[in-house]
Design a protein around this ligand. Sequence first.
Ligand SMILES: [Zn+2]
Length: 150
Amino acid sequence: METGRILFLTGAFATHAVVGYALVSGFTDADPRLGLAFGLLPDADFLFPGALDWPFVHRGITHTPLFALAVVAGIYAAARDRDLAAAVSLAIGSHLAIDSLSPKGIDWLFPERTGWSPGLAVHSPEATALLWTAAIAILVWRADDYPLVG
Ligand SMILES: [Zn+2]
């Protein structure tokens, strides 16, 4: 894999993780590390074997509201914890929201293949700076919960 692609993916993964962390930290009482994990979960599709066809490809089934709903419902059914379900919803939802704005988009109406997108460069340096700034703003806003920081 070329260096530029590696840097792009590293930045994209870090952004999804940081945004998930900030949202879970800012808006739930769940462990914010859940935001890291579930903010990245949709991109686990990079691990699908290359021989598989749609929807088992990058930006396929794991980037759909149906997948998010199934994960959240499964976790809620197992744990019966609304804060945990809210944390997972925010983290996966933020990933889908960001990716849906990108040129490739996501299939909002899966199993229909919609593919519409506004075509924004959501992982450009400018958009990355904007997303990280928003995430840091949420963390600072909640910093009064951490006496050593606030
Ligand atoms: Zn993604």
